[in-house]
Design a protein around this ligand. Structure first.
Ligand SMILES: CC(C)(COP(=O)(O)OP(=O)(O)OC[C@H]1O[C@@H](n2cnc3c(N)ncnc32)[C@H](O)[C@@H]1OP(=O)(O)O)[C@@H](O)C(=O)NCCC(=O)NCCS
Length: 177
C-alpha cells in the first residue's frame, strides 16, 4: 500500500522535494560530487523556487526511526516555448541504498514530467560514470555529444545524452494494456 503523498517500496517512498530538505541534499552532494563543485543548500532552495523546475525526494524510514530521512533527490528543468525540451539537473541516491531501484524511480518521476511537457530530454554525465550511463541508456537516452573537461574542478569529461521526444510512449502503451 502506498504511503500518503508518495509511492512506497521497502521502506523508501518518493514524493516532492521540500525546502526543508535543502541541507540534507547539500550533505549528500558533498558526499557524492566532492570533485565537481557540489551544490550548497542555497542552490537547492533556488532550484525549488524556480517556476520551471520539478524536484523529487526519496525518503527512508524504519520501525526504529519512523521519521523519514532523505536518501535521494532528483530535479529537472522544463524549458522552451513552442519547441519544448527538458534538462535533467541532478539525480543522486545515498550510497547506503544504491542498487535498490531508487534512482530508477526518481528518474521515472522526472521523465513523467518531461513527457507531459513534451520534447526531448537532455542531460550531462561524466564519461566514467558507468552506473548512471547504464541507467540512462535503459530509459532511452543515447549519447549525442562530448563536453571535454566539463566538470570542474575535477576536469572530467561529460557525455551529452538525449532521450528523443515520445521515447516513453511505447512503454506507456505497454502499461495501458
Ligand atoms: C546513478 C544513481 C543515481 C543510480 O541510482 P541507484 O538507485 O543506485 O540505481 P538503481 O538501483 O535504480 O539502478 C537502476 C539502473 O542503474 C544501473 N546501475 C545502477 N548501479 C549500477 C552499477 N553499480 N553498475 C552498473 N550499472 C548500475 C543499472 O542499469 C540499473 O538497472 P538494473 O538494476 O535493472 O540493472 C546512483 O548510482 C548515484 O547516486 N550515483 C552518484 C551520483 C551520480 O552519479 N548521479 C548521476 C549524475 S549524472
Amino acid at each position: 500500500m502506498s504511503a500518503p503523498g508518495g509511492d512506497e517500496t521497502g521502506g523508501i517512498t518518493v514524493g516532492p522535494l521540500e525546502f526543508a530538505d535543502a541541507h540534507a541534499c547539500a550533505a549528500l552532494e558533498r558526499l557524492l560530487f566532492a570533485g565537481e563543485s557540489p551544490w550548497p543548500a542555497a542552490a537547492f532552495a533556488e532550484e525549488l523556487r524556480a517556476p520551471h523546475t520539478r524536484f523529487f525526494a526519496a525518503r527512508r524510514s524504519s520501525p526504529q526511526h519512523p521519521r523519514p530521512w532523505l536518501v535521494g533527490y532528483a530535479g529537472i528543468a522544463l524549458l522552451g516555448g513552442a519547441e519544448p525540451e527538458s534538462e535533467v539537473h541532478t539525480i543522486a541516491v545515498d550510497p547506503k541504498v544504491q542498487g535498490r531501484g531508487v534512482g530508477r524511480r526518481l528518474l521515472a518521476l522526472l521523465l513523467a514530467e518531461a513527457d507531459a511537457h513534451g520534447g526531448p530530454v537532455f542531460l550531462d554525465v561524466r564519461t566514467d560514470n558507468a552506473p548512471a550511463i547504464a541507467l540512462y541508456r535503459s530509459e532511452g537516452f543515447e549519447n549525442v555529444g562530448l563536453r571535454p573537461r566539463y566538470y570542474q574542478p575535477s576536469g572530467a569529461d561529460a557525455y551529452v545524452m538525449c532521450r528523443a521526444a515520445g521515447a516513453g510512449a511505447g512503454e506507456k502503451k505497454e502499461n495501458a494494456r
